[in-house]
Design a protein around this ligand. Structure first.
Ligand code: UDP
Ligand code: MG
Length: 324
């Protein structure tokens, strides 16, 4: 029997791309249905992440006009990862497989066929990996590359060049639901869930219209979240630096003693100034890193909901998800 697919798409101020995206989705879903790869009751879940433009109106209209579309409206903007999670948790239990993708048509929809084939072969999770990044700016490409390398170095299990274009079976969604953390970094959580998985490569194209919703500031925050949610190595690094400085300071002490004994004590202004700045800088940096983790702890212990659903537009009269 063909499986029920739910495509989950977070949308934040995407009025410019939604008409085109929905058109292409209708074609894509039709062709998948015709091929018998997905069931006729498969759906596309558009998640409105508190958009300020006409995104929700467009979603409501799509839902009215076409049975393919369901809509989920968050009570406010919660960011890409939370919006995606809200969508996935809504899809959970309502489908056999979910595929998450961006609204801006950067993810090649034709890769979905291969995603579904991998699922047939027994994969619970399939990662979409872009095979080239020429559509990104030089800066975005290089920083992203550095980020993936850095994550690997810190021992985080992360798929190179995988964003959030991903197939997750209902079993994988059940597993994802067990992760209750507030600091979300979904592409790191999926590997933690385990299961048989595979990779499908695709060409990532340019954003169809509108601007990136990930300015540098958000990108940096996202990267720091990713690192500190998945690795405590930065804390160990601080300990390492501390030990190193302690050893160096022993030599400095020895040097100072010898200088004192030989009566050359007045000179040394440069080394004094240098070490004060250096040690002060390292201490502040270390405090910052520790603070980053303390902040994480603070947020996790409060256990605030990761998203709050305002409306859920669907044809079977389901209530919005409560498991958040
Ligand atoms: N997005 C969201 N909430 C946000 C920011 C982004 O739901 O606060 C969505 C956005 O609508 C898009 C996806 O996340 O579908 C990826 O964003 P974008 O394409 O702007 O990121 P980029 O591809 O530039 O990294
Ligand atoms: Mg994009």
């Amino acid at each position: 029997m063909a499986k029920k697919l739910m495509v989950v798409i977070p949308c934040y101020n995407e009025e410019e791309v939604l008409p085109e995206t929905s058109k292409r989705l209708i074609d894509k879903m039709r062709s998948l249905m015709d091929k018998g790869m997905i069931s006729a009751d498969s759906r596309v879940l558009l998640v409105d992440d508190g958009s300020k433009d006409r995104t929700w109106e467009l979603i409501t209209q799509l839902h009215k006009e076409h049975e393919l579309f369901e809509g989920l409206k968050l009570s406010r903007n919660r960011g890409h990862q939370n919006a995606l999670l809200a969508g996935l948790m809504t899809a959970r239990g309502r489908c056999d497989v979910s595929i998450s993708m961006d609204a801006d048509l950067q993810d090649d929809m034709d890769a979905m066929d291969r995603f579904l084939e991998k699922h047939d072969e027994g994969c619970e999770i399939v990662y979409g990996v872009r095979n080239k990044r020429d559509s990104d700016t030089w800066f975005k490409r290089e920083t992203a590359l550095f980020f993936y390398r850095f994550m690997k170095m810190l021992g985080v299990d992360i798929t190179f060049n995988h964003a959030d274009y991903r197939l997750m079976s209902n079993r994988a969604l059940d597993a994802l639901a067990e992760f209750k953390e507030v600091n979300l970094f979904l592409r790191g959580l999926a590997p933690l869930a385990g299961f048989q998985s595979d990779v499908v490569t695709y060409d990532r194209s340019e954003r169809f219209a509108g601007e990136s919703k990930y300015p540098l500031k958000k990108m940096l925050a996202f990267a720091i979240d990713g690192i500190t949610s998945f690795s405590v190595k930065p804390l160990r690094l601080i300990t390492g630096v501390g030990i190193l400085i302690f050893i160096v300071s022993l030599f400095m002490l020895l040097y100072a003693l010898i200088a004192w004994l030989s009566g050359k004590t007045v000179a040394g202004w440069t080394s004094m100034l240098g070490s004060i700045w250096l040690i002060g800088g390292i201490q502040l940096l270390s405090l910052g890193v520790i603070g980053e983790y303390v902040g994480k702890l603070y947020n996790e212990t409060k256990h605030r909901p990761r998203f709050i659903v305002d409306r859920y537009l669907n044809r079977q009269g389901d209530d919005p998800v409560v498991d958040r």
